[in-house]
Design a protein around this ligand. Sequence first.
Ligand SMILES: [Zn+2]
Length: 190
Amino acid sequence: MTTTPSDPAKAMPAEVMPAEVMPAEVMPATAMPVTVGASTVGASKAGSPTVGAPKATPASLPDIDAFTRPYWDAAAEGRLLLRHCAACDRPHHYPREFCPYCWSEDVAWRQAEGRAVLYTWSVVHRNDLPPFGDRVPYVAAVVDLAEGPRMMTEIVDCPEADLRIGMDLDVAFRAEADVQVPVFRPRRPS
Ligand SMILES: [Zn+2]
């Protein structure tokens, strides 16, 4: 076989390890600007945290760095961004600094249409990670964006009984502290 690239991320072809469907819990926070499970603001209770050392950023909020800043700035304006590779003309998500398909670093932000279909979902009834325990039940979902990439998100404004694989969705943005988190809701008849 060929020699192993030194960068472990590059050693995993996208076809073998579809990062888009990995649970948020196992993703590096800096690489996963999608928060799943966030719900209404103001849900945190008085009292001390029960798990771990104090963190600078609550679990429900992204760690924003220089690389992901444009994503969150656009979200604040109601726009969803994807990374687009100029070398192979393919978009990807979550955002990476190189293309997961051809490894090119000629990758830039491009605005997505904000339309998607529901690939799969799970209604979360228990989550011990603050502040999500105060927000259950919520609908954690994976959606297929119109541009192609698959994205972890949350479905809102939809009764559980109305959820259908393949249903049409539109992006929406929910205020979470001082960031706007992309979520999806059923497309309304126009
Ligand atoms: Zn590419």
